[in-house]
Design a binder for this molecule. Sequence first.
Ligand SMILES: Cc1cc2nc3c(=O)[nH]c(=O)nc-3n(C[C@H](O)[C@H](O)[C@H](O)COP(=O)(O)O)c2cc1C
Length: 447
Amino acid sequence: MTEPLVKQAHLNLFIHGVGHHNAAWRTPSSSAERLRTVDYYTELAQIAERGKFDAVFFADGHSNSITAAEDGPLWNLEPLTLLSAMSRETERIGLVSTISATFYTPFHAARLLASLDWISEGRIGWNVVTSMFDAEAQNHGLEKMPEHAVRYQRAEEFVDVVLQLWDSWPTESILIDREEKPDGEPGQYVNGAKLTELNHSGEHFAVRGPLNVPRPPQGHPVLFQAGASEQGRELAARRAEAIYAVAYDLPAGQEYRSDLRRRMRAQGRSPDSVAVMPGLVTYVGSTMEEARAKQRSLDELLPVESALRQLSVFVGQDAAEWEVDAPVPELPPLEDFTGPKGRYATILRIVETERPTVRQLLGRLAAGGGHCTMVGTPESIADEIELWLDEGGADGFNLMPPSLPHSISEFVDEVTPELQRRGRFRTDYDGTTLRSHLGLEVPAGPK
Ligand SMILES: Cc1cc2nc3c(=O)[nH]c(=O)nc-3n(C[C@H](O)[C@H](O)[C@H](O)COP(=O)(O)O)c2cc1C
């Protein structure tokens, strides 16, 4: 495999309902009626595969808030089940799903992911999260979410045990020896001596092992992570093989990526092997005006009341009476804000750098809630992507199309060819596994 002359991007498609813009389902041509059909998701994976993307990704949550459901399609089909079906209709595209270390057990997770890696012939990845909402905990026999720090301690142990389980039944142990031995001993199916009982006994888990699925084709399905907090970033630095990030603009991307790389070095890992992929919302048009018109047409479909309700949560004050076509009122500085700081910091940055009206701010938050947004022609968006790659803001992007499948088809048909023409993205797959797409080795098996 020839090393590309210039840095090439890794591209991931983040599949979410009928698009990441909260009003996408309200467009007459949206795919809202197809959200319970496997064909809808398979077609999205086939579009990403046609674009030679590294992978498609599903987020996952364990609750269904009724008010959120009234506002639009949040959850429909369980992602691991979907990936299994999608793997049969695709050949090269990586298939990534979230797994919650708070609500799964390591044995379940290891078994499901190993099986999917065999079914997909080595194309599986998992995004380790600790989940967020009490409503999720209340579906798993808990009153409220365990403390953030406890969730990450559990996640650290969870990941360690899953990796050991994958190594506990090496494929080399499988003999399928049908021959009876001269001493009359029957042939063996497996050389048991090569299987390992973990007998793990930790603070959160007790797991005997071995796993009852052989070590999968990639050795270990690829581990993704998207931590923002101190513990989240430390887990990513210690274990993640690819990272999903939130970066509203290039300086935010540079800050996050350089911090993660510093932490990886501190863990004795080489940061170049780990792709950091911020979320990216794109509006593509043959002219800047056409692209902006696409953004406006979705923003105008946003029911202001529910959008202002969501904004009130983000800014920790009642925004219901704000004049939507007037500039965003003065907001208290970050240090005086007591709610979740990540998103509030992004809102202050949007207000500071774009001086938006309330309606424009609602639009910015409605699609990707604070992730980077690029509006423009294929050439101007390719320029911005190159800038992030060359200025250390990203190793690629986790695309969050405002409307599906429209926005991802546009990106694959117009932006990807521009990136390929500039040598900034692969023109074809070199390998067949997700690890090969991400330039990752297969981890060495047990000695
Ligand atoms: C691209 C992306 C995808 C995420 N997917 C999920 C998800 O599917 N389920 C979930 O509970 N959290 C998800 N998260 C939230 C993160 O796992 C994490 O909780 C959040 O970034 C806050 O960081 P912290 O956990 O370090 O505080 C995602 C975050 C990002 C940036």
